[in-house]
Design a protein around this ligand. Structure first.
Ligand SMILES: Nc1nc2c(ncn2[C@@H]2O[C@H](COP(=O)(O)OP(=O)(O)OP(=O)(O)O)[C@@H](O)[C@H]2O)c(=O)[nH]1
Length: 326
């Protein structure tokens, strides 16, 4: 445990150091001014290390240039130094002084002349407090990491590793609002694997899962637009949301998805469409208006997908403008 003594009197520094040695604390640094102490603690550095160079400060109050209370205020203003215990050392114990010292962030107070027993008890208490704070800080950091991991897990589909429905629903609401404000187009592709029930019935559920994973990866590979969200909508259905993308970009993406899935050549011998896995896609592009809702967009994409299925599957159908649905 490293202790820093800050006192402009050499005699005071020396006698305090002797006392600390006598009660078992030998790792002691000292500064003759508040400015030197702030320098040593890194208060003037642009980037302050997370690990403080000392574990406890014994700060004299009356010093020329900068007094101990002002020095504490400077130390506490640095986030990384806000938990270092600082014990004020002073002849004065008057109430107004103590009030100012504690308001500035002092942890404790010890009056001169210093009694060894009192010093030992105060230093031990300060270290105990510091240890408890460090443990609490570490737990808070662990909790923060855990929370972030949980948040990511809550938004990911277990099987395919892409975003899940929950994540998509949230993204849709946000992107709709953004597009409404910015008057930018928003496009959506709803993608469904054709005759997938027969695929499962023929090759089994495990192969079905592997197929879903391959299709999800293919979709992810096709989408490179910044801010795009590729999600598993549910079952064998996927969805892609493209902010700032018009119908032409959405159609281009749909065409590249058909080509990519065809290129995978996932055998589907009982499909009535092709002898490999294909997908149907419903596309909707819109510049949102306040008279419509984000769910209207989803409905329009679903209708377009239904039409693609009706027209023979393995194709893309462009949905009606949302306002025309009302
Ligand atoms: N292996 C696997 N199958 C799933 C999963 N989720 C849904 N399915 C299957 O997907 C199939 C969907 O079948 P349908 O809704 O009848 O659709 P379809 O056979 O693709 O027919 P169309 O969409 O009209 O071309 C069902 O057999 C579901 O059991 C999953 O996580 N894994």
């Amino acid at each position: 445990m490293k202790i820093l003594i800050v006192d402009d009197s050499e005699i005071a520094r020396h006698s305090l150091e002797m006392l600390l040695h006598a009660i078992g604390y030998t790792d002691v640094l000292s500064c003759s001014s508040a400015h030197d102490a702030l320098n040593l603690l890194g208060v003037f550095d642009k980037i302050v290390s997370e690990n403080s160079p000392v574990d406890l400060v014994l700060m004299d109050v009356m010093m020329p240039e900068m007094n101990g209370i002002d020095a504490i205020s400077h130390i506490r203003a640095v986030h990384q130094l806000k938990d270092i215990p600082i014990i004020m050392v002073s002849i004065s114990g008057e109430v107004s002084f103590l009030e100012r010292a504690f308001a500035a962030g002092a942890t404790d107070f010890i009056s001169k002349p210093i009694n060894a027993i009192e010093l030992s008890a105060r230093v031990r208490a300060a270290f105990r407090l510091k240890m408890e704070m460090d443990i609490r800080k570490e737990r808070e950091q662990q909790l923060e990491v855990l929370n972030r991991t949980l948040e990511v897990m809550c938004n990911i589909d277990n099987l395919t590793g892409i975003a899940n429905r929950r994540c998509f629903d949230e993204t849709l609401v946000n992107e709709w609002e953004d597009a409404l404000r910015s008057r930018q187009p928003l496009s959506m592709l709803l993608i469904d694997i054709d005759v997938f029930k027969e695929f499962n019935d023929t090759y089994g559920h495990v192969e079905g899962d592997a197929c879903l994973q391959q299709v999800a990866k293919a979709l992810r590979d096709c989408v490179d637009a910044p801010g795009a969200c590729t999600a598993r909508f549910g079952g064998e259905e996927f969805v892609i949301l493209l902010p700032s993308a018009d119908q032409i970009s959405a159609e281009k993406l749909a065409a590249s998805i058909h080509a990519k899935i065809a290129h995978l050549q996932i055998l589907h011998s009982v499909s009535k469409v092709e002898n490999f896995v294909t997908v149907s896609i419903g596309v909707v592009s819109v510049v949102p208006e306040s008279s419509a809702k984000s769910l209207d967009m989803l409905k329009a994409a679903d209708n377009a997908l239904y039409a693609a299925k009706q027209q023979g599957r393995n194709r893309t159908v462009i949905g009606l403008p949302i306002l025309a649905m009302h």
